[in-house]
Ligand binder design. Structure first.
Ligand code: AMP
Ligand code: MG
Length: 492
């Protein structure tokens, strides 16, 4: 069933990982399977047998050609450095070459205690597995770089997180699982050879256009390239109201994909200070902080590469400081591009930033739902008749009415016909996001009633985020006061 493995990480020196076979589970059952992703990866699905698949995706049998391992990494968690984290419950089976010739990691998350497990049990509860499945697939459907979910199995065992819950394993696919923390692991050990080897691998795998560069130029360009991808990624998060929740350096990929969906959530009522994660007491990872946290994480990455940049430490630091500072302008440009698209602006005009910001201010003042406001703007782009429905999203419609006038003046400079503009806007402003209360309901049904129908239905809705889905309008609505989710948990 599995495509042939092209082992790559397993060929690194032994200090990069710990060889480790998944620990078999009692009674695996396949509860979700991503057929289109499997096809993209070259899986042989001819006689797909769910029972057989469950055995593979539980890790009860190691697929032929795989050499399972747990990756070593370090990380700053909430600002504090931990020199040895590593995969405490995830096992990389190996890499496969997808239909487009790209290397993709296949990892089982929740596969048992590895040498990096520290105090943990190496397992994952069903709730967080389904949450990651839903949210990562929704992110992908919205065009946001992310790890993917290939399969979820329940294990037939219980995991205890306060109260016992069904255990599960997620099969995660990533363009790689290399993190800022992977570089930090070797930097903390003064292992310059490992850093060079890892950096060269990252270039080969994720930034092949840099392969022609040599000497320090190569590594300087690498930092800049990773930074550019992070700036673009975070701007995309901001554009859909996504709050990651645990932007630690071990949860920051160098590929520019979103990774590790723990207490993540989507903002409903617009407020830049929004925090959902129960463990984020200081609001370090609040919505509006995300770009600056990404910049901080990139500075930690740059520190690890300094020895490859200049043997004169001071000069290296000076250069890196300049580069990291440039993140601000890069991010601002990416954000403005996202906002222009959301507002239907194809041209670039000087007042666009102020226009976008004043819409956010109006939403903040009016306690408006972030997603619905932008989606409703698509209607307003086509006709003034939609204005009152938009106004209804605000506590006092006057705020948005004044803004609409400014917007329409600006739209007068745009070449596209209103209907075409609205069509374009509907391709970037989702109607459906994984609303927190819906995610919660889907998880609860699966956990308490063994009923996966709500999960499947929600998955079907959020993986077509930009399409009108008649009969599913309810899924586009924010939580009622009774349904509202205030806190999310890692659940690890
Ligand atoms: P996370 O918060 O999921 O990014 O994980 C942070 C660190 O804790 C990583 O090193 C994980 O591998 C480890 N970890 C999380 N949950 C568990 C668990 N149940 N058992 C062992 N290690 C874990
Ligand atoms: Mg993590």
């Amino acid at each position: 069933m599995f495509p042939p493995f092209t082992l790559r990480y397993a060929r690194f020196p032994e200090r990069f990982f710990a060889s480790f076979d998944p620990v078999p589970v009692a009674s695996p059952r396949l509860v979700a399977f991503n057929r289109s992703l499997a096809e993209e990866l070259g899986f042989e699905l001819g006689a797909f047998d769910r029972e057989e698949a469950a055995v593979w995706f539980a890790g009860n049998v190691v697929p032929p050609g795989a050499e399972p391992l747990a990756q070593a990494y370090a990380g700053h968690q909430f600002g504090g450095f931990v020199p040895r984290l590593g995969d405490g419950r995830a096992v990389l089976l190996g890499e496969v070459t997808d239909r487009q010739g790209r290397l993709r990691d296949i990892q089982l998350k929740g596969a048992g205690c590895t040498p990096f497990s520290r105090g943990g049990d190496g397992r994952a509860p069903l709730g967080p597995v389904l949450r990651e499945y839903l949210v990562s697939e929704a992110m992908h459907a919205m065009g946001i770089p992310t790890t993917r979910a290939l399969a979820a199995v329940t294990t037939g065992e219980r995991v205890v997180r306060g109260i016992p819950e069904p255990g599960a394993i997620l099969t995660r696919v990533a363009s790689s699982h290399i993190r800022v923390g992977t570089f930090q692991y070797f930097a903390a050990r003064g292992d310059a050879d490992a850093i060079r080897e890892l950096a060269d691998h990252v270039i080969e795998r994720h930034y092949p256009e840099l392969a022609r560069l040599s000497g320090n130029e190569r590594y300087m360009a690498l930092i800049e390239a990773i930074q550019a991808r992070q700036a673009a990624l975070i701007a995309k998060w901001m554009g859909v109201g996504f709050i990651h929740g645990v932007m630690n350096t071990d949860n920051t990929t160098v590929s520019g994909e979103t990774i590790d969906y723990g207490p993540c959530a989507f903002m409903e009522t617009y407020d830049p200070r929004t925090v959902f994660s129960a463990i984020d007491e200081g609001g370090r990872y609040a919505y509006a902080n995300q770009p600056w946290i990404a910049q901080w994480n990139l500075a930690r990455l740059a520190e690890t590469l300094l020895p490859l940049i200049d043997s004169d430490q001071e000069r290296a630091v000076e250069w890196a400081t300049e580069v990291i500072k440039a993140f601000e302008a890069q991010y601002e440009a990416e954000w403005l591009a996202v906002m222009r698209a959301k507002l239907g602006l194809a041209r670039e005009e000087a007042g666009d930033r102020a226009l976008a910001e004043s819409l956010l201010d109006a939403m903040h003042q009016g306690h408006a739902d972030f997603t619905l406001t932008f989606r409703q703007l698509c209607e307003a782009a086509e006709s003034g008749e939609a204005d009152s429905a938009l106004g209804d999203l605000f506590e006092r419609p006057e705020v948005i009415e004044a803004w609409l006038e400014r917007w329409r003046e600006r739209l007068a400079q745009e070449p596209a016909a209103p209907s075409e503009r609205a069509r374009q806007m509907r391709l970037v402003n989702p109607a459906y996001i994984p609303r927190n209360h819906r995610v919660q309901q889907a998880l609860t049904s699966a956990i308490d009633e063994d009923d996966f129908a709500p999960f499947e239905e929600l998955l079907a809705v959020v993986t077509r985020p930009f399409e009108a889905q008649p009969g599913r309008e309810d899924y586009s609505l924010p939580a009622s006061p009774r349904e509202r989710v205030f806190r999310t948990f890692c659940g690890t």
